[in-house]
Design a protein around this ligand. Structure first.
Ligand code: ZN
Ligand code: ZN
Length: 115
């Protein structure tokens, strides 16, 4: 199986690039925040701004548990980037498809587990 070459970018570098020091979902700045890939790297999601959101540990866990939808996260990213939510989602999915070739399943939300 062809695996896309992972970008070795640290969360810190990504956060700096995003200039975010708080949780974009709940607004907390007093908890450890990390970069979340809305489309996981396992599914081809990359380090593009449209696919990244800064989440606190609590929201991050909820996102991976499926308690927060991608649509919710993309709506937040869209507001940050000054784009329409559908635009951000389309761009994220397009990049993921390119990274993953013709791998099917991305659009079905059949995504791998990633921290
Ligand atoms: Zn949060
Ligand atoms: Zn994550």
């Amino acid at each position: 199986m062809r695996v896309p070459k992972p970008h070795r970018v640290t969360d810190k570098a990504l956060l700096k690039a995003l200039r975010i020091g708080y949780c974009e979902l709940c607004g907390r700045a007093d908890m450890e925040c990390g970069v979340h890939h809305i489309i996981t790297k396992a599914s081809g999601g990359g380090d593009a701004r449209c696919n990244l959101i800064c989440l606190c540990v609590g929201c991050h866990t909820a996102a991976h548990a499926g308690n927060i939808t991608k649509e919710q996260l993309w709506a937040i990213v869209a507001a940050r980037e000054g784009m329409a939510a559908e635009q951000v989602e389309m761009e994220s999915r397009r990049l993921a498809r390119e990274a993953h070739g013709a791998f099917f399943g991305i659009l079905d939300g059949a995504e791998g587990v990633e921290a």
